[in-house]
Ligand binder design. Structure first.
Ligand code: DC
Length: 229
């Protein structure tokens, strides 16, 4: 058998999904699609337009209308990819705290998920893709050739997020980051539509005590093993 063509990576926030997904895609020469960026882009545009995040109808209509593109980096400023919303570069805006605070409810609306899932499936069908998110192995690409689910303790994930914020030169409080992480975990795993959970056939990797290189090595083993099966 040849290399897996569609690879799904799901997991909790700051479990290492994005880093591993990007590096894996680079190694394999595949497209890297971070689907979280799409939910974030819808959230950012909604906030920009002054929409009420609680207004499900308005947010859903926006998700159906706005054109979101995630493409290889267009600037050399540390970005992993470039995100456009209706042609505007929103790559850094979607990392702002107000997006963090509002993206969970936006991503819980069934209509928003329907609109973004349809786009993600179209991209998945082309193959040679590493797609990262919360529901890739369960909903978006249930037939993915390889499914990986990454997790780590909430304290370790909060530490990673905290360091990321400091590295961007912003201020942060570890306790607050930890509390926000717990809230997001709860919301993402308890929502009715596409809740965060590993697919039955996903390989689960606990990254708490592993370096990025170690996780990548483990994932590459799985890719190779998949070739032999
Ligand atoms: O991975 P992230 O932190 O950028 O994701 C942002 C939010 O989007 C997160 O609260 C969960 C949601 N999300 C989702 O519901 N489904 C996905 N496939 C990806 C992200």
């Amino acid at each position: 058998m040849s290399k897996p063509s569609t690879i799904a990576i799901d997991g909790t926030a700051a479990s290492g999904k994005s880093t591993i997904g990007r590096l894996l895609a680079e190694r394999l020469g595949y497209l890297y699609l971070d689907t979280g960026a799409m939910y974030r882009a819808v959230t950012w545009v909604a906030l920009q337009r002054g929409l009420d995040i609680a207004d499900e109808e308005a947010i859903t209509a926006l998700a159906e209308a706005v054109e979101i593109e995630v493409v290889p980096p267009t600037a050399n400023d540390g970005r992993q990819y470039t995100v456009y919303a209706d042609g505007e570069d929103v790559t850094w805006q979607i990392r702002r705290p107000e997006v963090d605070a509002n993206v969970s409810p936006v991503s819980a609306y069934p209509g928003v998920r329907r609109a973004l899932t349809a786009q993600q499936r179209r991209i998945g069908r082309r193959g040679r893709v590493v797609m990262v998110g919360r529901d890739i192995g369960t909903v978006v690409m249930p037939d993915a050739d390889l499914k990986i689910y990454l997790d780590a303790t909430v304290e370790e994930r909060a530490r990673r997020r905290y360091r990321e914020i400091l590295a961007r030169g912003e201020r942060a409080d570890y306790g607050e980051v930890l509390a926000a992480m717990r809230r997001r975990d709860k919301f993402d795993s308890e929502r009715e539509v596409a809740p965060l959970r590993p697919a039955k056939d996903a390989v689960i990797i606990d990254t708490t005590d592993l370096t990025v290189e170690e996780v990548l090595a483990r994932v590459m083993e799985l890719v190779e093993a998949n070739c032999e099966s």
